[in-house]
Each structure stands twice: as structure tokens, then as C-alpha cells.
Design a protein around this ligand. Structure first.
Ligand SMILES: O=C(O)CCC(=O)C(=O)O
Ligand SMILES: [Fe+2]
Length: 206
């Protein structure tokens, strides 16, 4: 599988999913959002809404509200357990994570054309030996990544529909974010926009 090392621990897999695989994954995500609708998270304390909407699959899901960031077993609005993760994302984890246990959470972010995500670290998990595996569908996104300190220099890479990126090892806690989408860059989603899935091992393995 062709891959490009972007930094130690940060590996980019362009075209990881071909178009038929992207369409199958999109159908599985539509089913998940029927059972667990996209919700609008907000910033702890300020309550400022995110520009992305999200939902999750798996045993645990990531949520953010005025009380903080956390993983929880149920949807914040319906109170129901998260749907199972699509089989395809479990296979991607097995192929790309180099980690012997399955992920606990699949965070699904939906970006409207104008949405973005500020620079942050993914550090609400307990298990940093597992990488974060990310899959992108729909419009191209400008993904910015830096180092372990917020002030470290940054670079960017364009994540296109079907691309995967994995950050683990020395890159597990790098700062990263989405500057913007590239409008009209994919016809996978009829209305445009982008879906990003991040697979995470949340707890330490037993
Ligand atoms: O959308 C992306 O590619 C990144 C998403 C992300 O960093 C996150 O959900 O923590
Ligand atoms: Fe992140």
C-alpha cells in the first residue's frame, strides 16, 4: 500500500479507499447518522458551538459540551448507545494501526463547506500507545500539523476523498487541525462538504 512518511509517526496513505469503497463507507455512515444523528458540540466553559457536527460509532463516543471534552457510551441527545462501527473502518484499523486491539471509538465529523477545526491535540484517551487512524470522504481538506508544542512550526497536506492518515508513536500527540475545505473538489457527497472518521483506542487494554 503506497504511503508517505510526513514526520516520524505521521504517515499519509493517499487513495487508501477506492471509489467503490468510499461509496460503501458513505452508505454505512448514512445508516449510523439515522440511528445517532449528527449533533453540534460546543466548547467547554464558553459554550461556543463548533462549526463541525459530529456523531460516533463504537463502544464509546467523543463529545464536547460546557462541562468539557470526554468519551461516553451514549449519544448526548438521544441517550442511546452509539451504533457499531462499520466493518470497513475496523479493517482499516487492522491494516494501518500496527496495534493489537480494536478501537473503542470512531468519531465521525461532518464539515459543511465553511467549517474548520482549530489546532488541537487528541489527548482525551488514556492509551497513547495506539495511534489515531483517520479516513476522509468528500471534499478535500487542508490538514495542518505541527509538533508537540502549540508554537512549533506547522506544515499542511491536502486530504482528499479516500485518503488515510495515521498519527502514532512520536506523532501521537502532535497539534493538528483543518484550515479549510476546497469547495467543489469531490462529487462523493451530493451537497458537498466532508466527512472525517478518526478511530481511537480510548482505554488501556485489559
Ligand atoms: O477532520 C480531520 O481530518 C481531523 C479531525 C480531528 O482532528 C479530530 O476529530 O480530532
Ligand atoms: Fe484531532
Amino acid at each position: 500500500m503506497p504511503s508517505l512518511p510526513l514526520a516520524p509517526g505521521l504517515t499519509y496513505y493517499p487513495d487508501y479507499l477506492d471509489r467503490p469503497a468510499q461509496e460503501r463507507l458513505l452508505a454505512a455512515l448514512r445508516e449510523i447518522t439515522r440511528q445517532a444523528p449528527l449533533f453540534t458540540p460546543c466548547m467547554p466553559r464558553t459554550g461556543q458551538p463548533f462549526s463541525v457536527r459530529m456523531t460516533n460509532g463504537g463502544r464509546l463516543g467523543w463529545v464536547s459540551d460546557v462541562n468539557g471534552y470526554r468519551y461516553q457510551p451514549t449519544h448526548p441527545e438521544t441517550g442511546r448507545p452509539w451504533p457499531a462501527m462499520p466493518e470497513q473502518v475496523l479493517r482499516a484499523w487492522e491494516a494501518l494501526s500496527d496495534y493489537p486491539h480494536p478501537p473503542d471509538a470512531c468519531l465521525i465529523n461532518f464539515y459543511e463547506p465553511a467549517a474548520r477545526m482549530g489546532m488541537h491535540q487528541d489527548r482525551d484517551e488514556e492509551e497513547f500507545d495506539a495511534p489515531v487512524v483517520s479516513l476522509s470522504l468528500g471534499d478535500t481538506a487542508v490538514f495542518r500539523y505541527g509538533g508537540l508544542e502549540r508554537r512549533d512550526p506547522t506544515r499542511s497536506v491536502r486530504l482528499r476523498s479516500g485518503d488515510a492518515i495515521v498519527f502514532g508513536g512520536p506523532a501521537r500527540l502532535i497539534y493538528h487541525g483543518i484550515d479549510r475545505l476546497v469547495p467543489g473538489s469531490s462529487d462523493l457527497l451530493p451537497q458537498g462538504g466532508r466527512l472525517n472518521l478518526t478511530l481511537r483506542k480510548v482505554g488501556k487494554p485489559l
